[in-house]
Design a binder for this molecule. Structure first.
Ligand SMILES: [Zn+2]
Length: 228
């Protein structure tokens, strides 16, 4: 193991540690928290951390490399473990006595040091809502546990393109200004206008002019098509 070259630094704020010290600290974290792996945020939340996770990441090239050197599984690129995810979800549900919200689940995963995050549920199970439904189906004997653990292929509705003609008609109807804040490229050349679906396509919104509105780029950023 090669230590990083000596650097002259004021000791008060620790911004540097040798690789050996960092590895020892990561192992200490793992020992205290009994986990096979952990993320940067979890380490940063530890009062006795040696340096920030960002310092570790920079020194090792990546957080995964640092974890690997300390003998942990890398968080990134690890295989999704649907059984563990479902187990965690059921435990959280029982604890809440109702279907957990995304925020409740995220807090639960964080607190129990699970190596996966809420967004993995979205990617694998199509969201926590669909997963909750399927868990009830298993309980009712309508679905097998094996089927529950299968990845859900999410059908994303194809976004029907808004034709140039329609786009122009909407811009004209909305007097070429953002319907939310009134920004217009006529007044400010930096403003970009976009034609937006009021009800997102993912939720069944169509290209009917009544479902279309003119928004400036920044007002449109506040919106997202994603169901979670
Ligand atoms: Zn706007």
């Amino acid at each position: 193991m090669t230590d990083a070259p000596f650097r002259f630094e004021i000791d008060r704020v620790k911004t540097h540690a040798s690789r050996a010290e960092i590895v020892a600290s990561l192992r200490e974290y793992g020992r205290l928290h009994q986990c096979e792996t952990f993320g940067m945020r979890e380490y940063d939340g530890w009062k006795k951390r040696l340096v920030t996770s960002d310092t570790i990441r920079r020194q090792f090239g990546s957080w995964a490399k640092a974890l690997h050197e300390a003998g942990f599984r890398a968080v990134r690129g690890q295989k999704v473990d649907p059984a563990a995810m479902v187990e965690a979800f059921r435990a959280c549900w029982k604890e809440q006595h109702s279907v957990p919200s995304l925020r409740q689940l995220e807090a639960f995963l964080e607190r129990k040091k699970y190596p996966f995050r809420v967004k993995t549920y979205g990617a694998f199970f199509g969201g926590v809502g669909p997963l909750a439904k399927r868990i009830v189906e298993v309980q009712n004997g309508e679905l097998t546990e094996a089927d529950l653990l299968r990845r859900v292929e999410r059908e994303r509705p194809a976004r029907p393109p808004i034709s140039q003609k329609l786009r122009y008609a909407i811009l004209k109807r909305d007097r070429e200004q953002c319907v939310k804040c009134g920004a217009s490229p006529k007044k400010n050349s930096e403003v970009t206008l976009e034609v937006d679906h009021i009800i997102p396509v993912a939720e069944g919104g169509t290209n009917d002019p009544k479902n279309l509105q003119t928004l400036c780029w920044s007002c449109n950023q506040g919106k997202t098509d994603a169901p979670n």
